[in-house]
Design a protein around this ligand. Structure first.
Ligand code: CA
Length: 227
């Protein structure tokens, strides 16, 4: 369950929504103006904000902009107006979802749950290990036998992709599309050059490979050296 901040000026709506969300197990803070709500959002670190776009003190989109400038908290906007233009602007300003009044608390709760699921931080990735190589994609670090290696971004992506498929020969076409966002204009030669740089970083040569094994005409394989 979540810590929800409800910014809504309509007293009966605010009170009943807050009570209903609390019954569903959420912890609820509420505010009746944009300024008070933004203040609470900054101080109390809510998990999610439900922001009414029709508030007395600030234009709703202005309030959303200020909220976005002050915090990264997910925002579900609530509006009485079925105004597509307004919705699109709100989503472009960083709102995560919206509900149109009148809505049921079950509907709002479903949106809150979906937004929280979508915006939850990715769990820390488990580092990939191949022999003495340790590749941490979350921290973007590589070490070999405990010593950190400094790789350029493409070298890192190449190594990480090969490590995800360790023991399998990966073709250059596959590497091209996995590692280069826009593979157009990336030739086999480009891949070869990056592989040779990577080989140098790993302290080995094509003639005497330890981890990176080229299979002529097929591709390349990352594998732990035989013990
Ligand atoms: Ca209102």
């Amino acid at each position: 369950m979540a810590h929800v901040l409800l910014i809504e000026d309509d007293e009966p709506i605010r009170t009943s929504l807050a009570a209903a969300l609390a019954r569903l197990g959420h912890r609820v803070d509420s505010a009746d103006t944009a300024v008070a709500g933004i203040g609470l959002a900054v101080q109390h670190h809510a998990d999610i904000v439900v922001l009414d776009l029709g508030l007395p003190d600030l234009d709703g989109l202005q309030a959303l902009k200020m909220l976005r400038a002050a915090t990264t908290v997910p925002v579900v906007i609530a509006t009485a107006r079925d105004d597509e233009h307004q919705m699109v602007r709100a989503l472009n300003l960083g709102a995560d979802d919206y509900v149109i009044k009148p809505f049921s608390v079950e509907h709002l709760n479903a949106r809150i749950t979906a937004v929280l699921r979508r915006t939850a931080p990715a769990p820390p990735s488990v580092p990939l290990r191949v022999g003495g190589l340790r590749i941490d994609q979350g921290a973007h670090t590589v070490s070999l036998d405990g010593a950190e290696l400094v790789l350029r971004p493409k070298e890192f992506s190449l190594l990480a992709y090969l490590a995800e498929h360790a023991g399998r020969v990966v073709g250059k076409d596959e590497l091209r599309s996995a590692v280069w966002d826009n593979a157009f204009g990336v030739t086999d030669k480009t891949v070869d050059v990056h592989l040779s740089w990577l080989r140098r970083r790993l302290g080995e040569t094509a003639a005497q490979p330890r981890y990176l094994h080229s299979v002529r005409g097929v591709g390349v394989k990352l594998a732990a050296p035989a013990a």
